[in-house]
Design a protein around this ligand. Structure first.
Ligand code: NAP
Length: 250
């Protein structure tokens, strides 16, 4: 890299585990200085000790916390990966828990909006910025017991599409990756409030679910395309998952 070219920078939210941590690792390996943002400071500090970058304790649902993140990032940013998110509960609509639904909308939609809103000026200033939102196949379909999460992830999808329309004349790509089944350590455990048996049942018999590294690899590919190449949306599933309800289990 010559002296005139500043090192590329990226913000990854939800970098303390799963897809976010793997993405931070992959982007660091691709040459980015990564701002690793999440609430669990010990996790992101350990990650930064391993890959370099900057740890940022940040709750994406808090405006002041997001403002502090933007302050730390400064005037110029190349890539924002809005990955922080998750599912809470799996109750049918008729038995739904309002607080679970509010939390899902807060993190998957409002949090994503708040981080984006705070960082768009720095992404524009880079002259070739990119925003990559981590949606889900849950943002494409419906499944029983999933409405709180599917509604929120449909929100992620439509916010991404809207933002792409709104930034059409700006030097910022707007993309979404929509993974199917990814076996991460915490996603299902968080959804089922620490119930390991229920979490294990999600992946039971699936020989090769996607891994966090598979998604990180795809995100890095999308991010590192030339600035005029916008991968609008990339749906990615394990071969064993032909559709949400059609999973090959052995
Ligand atoms: N696993 C799957 O099958 C799958 C499939 C499709 C899409 N996704 C999506 O992929 C993303 C990552 O999922 P994952 O499987 O890697 O799950 P995960 O390991 O549970 O990761 C979720 C991450 O989000 C962070 N987070 C949660 N609330 C936050 C908040 N308020 N502020 C900042 N960070 C917050 C968590 O960190 P802290 O707790 O430290 O804040 C954690 O790092 C999510 O958006 C999820 O919806 C997952």
């Amino acid at each position: 890299m010559d002296q005139q070219t500043p090192r590329r920078t990226a913000v990854v939210t939800g970098a303390s585990s799963g897809i976010g941590a793997a993405t931070a690792r992959a982007l660091a390996a691709a040459g980015y200085h990564v701002f690793c943002a999440a609430r669990r400071r010990d996790r992101i500090e350990a990650l930064v000790a391993e890959i370099g970058g900057t740890p940022v304790a940040c709750d994406v649902t808090s405006e002041s916390s997001v403002a502090a993140l933007a302050e730390l990032v400064g005037d110029r940013l190349d890539l924002l990966v809005n990955n922080a998110g998750g599912a809470f509960g799996a109750a049918p609509v008729a038995q739904a828990d309002s607080d679970d639904w509010r939390r899902m909308y807060e993190v998957n939609v409002i949090g994503l909006m708040q981080v984006t809103r705070a960082l768009v000026p720095a992404l524009v200033a880079s002259g070739a910025g990119a925003i990559l939102n981590v949606g889900s196949t849950a943002g494409r379909i419906a499944y029983e017991g999933g409405a709180g999460y599917t509604a929120a992830k449909h929100g992620t999808q439509v916010v991404t599409e809207t933002l792409r329309l709104e930034l059409w004349d700006q030097p910022v790509r707007v993309m979404e990756i929509a993974p199917g089944m990814v076996k991460t350590d915490e996603f299902a455990l968080v959804r089922f409030e620490g119930d390991q048996d229920k979490a294990d049942a999600v992946y039971a018999g699936v020989a090769e679910p996607l891994t966090a590294e598979d998604i990180a690899d795809a995100i890095t590919w999308m991010a590192t395309r030339p600035p005029h190449v916008n991968v609008d949306e990339l749906v990615i599933r394990p071969r064993a998952q032909a559709a949400q309800h059609k999973v090959h289990r052995v």
